[in-house]
Design a protein around this ligand. Structure first.
Ligand SMILES: [Mg+2]
Length: 350
């Protein structure tokens, strides 16, 4: 992956139970480093759980607000404000799942969606896998393919060119360089692939690059800029949209949970797309797909093309791509709960 070789595939799920015994599942981003899941699990157990016990809420946002009031200063003090955001995000998703299950409805029913399915797109395609994975995912009806580039300056155009030849007609390519470019590299690399009309370029600069660098890059390229997995808060996203991002990509396991993503969808200018970021287990993936379904067909949610049993086995076959779409769980609840036997298989007793 972009951050280095992954010796393991960590994940962290949170299960919250109410006083009636109803439960909900959420996911806290923990892809990296290798024991990020244990680190954040310990924080939840040692610091956060006591503040959840006995809390009353009407909407999941009430809990997020209450925990922020109680614990923001603590995480500021220990230098882990973004880790706190990841934890809040997972808790929010779990509370959505719990609340919907308690009411006996699915997310689609609760939201009054005419279509209980989400558009998806194929992502994280490495250069060495283009020939195998693009045809396979075209077969699932995918029309948008996101390539990992940015690690060999000379190779970027060659990767996009090869992918374009493998894609079905009318398909679109996107590129993700994972914050690896300087402004000069970003300008040069994007210019070199402009003739392939990529649908967007993701994280062409670091999320904390100066606003002027984002504005300059947006002016210098015809390719729409995208980003969001390292942006926090509605204001943070709106500010980046103002600096030139045309596609925002909140991650339900990193910031805001479902509440944050839906708030962001309401707040965005009409000409900015919301395409959820996601890279984790089936639990968070279902939540991310639900965001896309709520936004409508102008949105598509990323689904990793790489093998990941936490996505394909943990919750049974909850995520099936057909004609490019994934059906949302029929409910009640937001997600299909993990299969206990699979949970046992994957869990770490630490
Ligand atoms: Mg990315």
């Amino acid at each position: 992956m972009a951050l280095g070789t992954m010796p393991t595939r960590p994940a962290l799920l949170v299960r919250i139970e109410d006083s009636d015994g109803c439960f909900g599942w959420g996911e806290v981003w923990a892809n990296f480093p290798p024991r990020a899941n244990l680190h954040k699990a310990h924080i939840i157990e040692d610091v956060v759980a006591a503040h959840l016990a006995g809390i009353r809420f009407v909407e999941p946002r009430d809990v997020q607000d209450a925990l922020r009031r109680k614990l923001s200063v603590f995480f500021l003090h220990v230098g882990q404000t973004q880790v706190f955001e990841h934890i809040l995000a997972g808790i929010d998703t779990a509370l959505w799942d719990l609340a919907l299950r308690a009411q006996g409805v699915s997310f689609a029913e609760h939201m009054g969606l005419s279509q209980a399915s989400a558009r998806s797109y194929a992502t994280s395609i490495n250069a060495e896998d283009l020939e195998e994975l693009i045809p396979r995912h075209s077969g699932f009806g995918q029309t948008h393919f996101k390539l990992k580039i940015g690690y060999s300056e000379r190779g970027d155009r060659e990767i996009v060119e090869r992918a374009a030849q493998l894609c079905p007609q009318n398909a679109r390519i996107m590129v993700d360089s994972n914050q690896s470019w300087t402004p000069e590299q970003a300008r040069a690399c994007l210019r070199s692939i402009e003739d392939f009309s990529p649908f967007f370029a993701e994280e062409a600069l670091p999320a904390d690059a100066p606003r002027s660098a984002w504005e300059d890059l947006a002016k210098a390229t015809d390719i729409p800029l995208a980003g969001g997995e390292n942006i926090y808060g509605v204001d943070g996203f709106l500010s980046m949209a103002g600096a030139g991002l045309r596609v925002v990509q909140p991650d339900v396991a990193k910031w805001g949970g479902l509440t944050g993503a839906l708030d962001l969808a309401d707040a965005l200018p009409a000409d900015v797309l919301l395409w959820p970021h996601f890279m984790g287990s089936a639990v968070g993936q279902m939540a991310a797909l639900s965001v896309s379904a709520a936004v409508g067909e102008a949105s598509a949610c990323e689904v990793d093309v790489n093998d990941n049993t936490l996505r394909t086995e943990l919750c049974g076959d909850a995520i099936v791509i057909q004609d490019g779409f994934v059906r949302l769980p029929g409910g009640p609840g937001l997600v299909v709960p993990p299969d206990p036997a699979q949970l046992e298989r994957f869990s770490e007793a630490n």
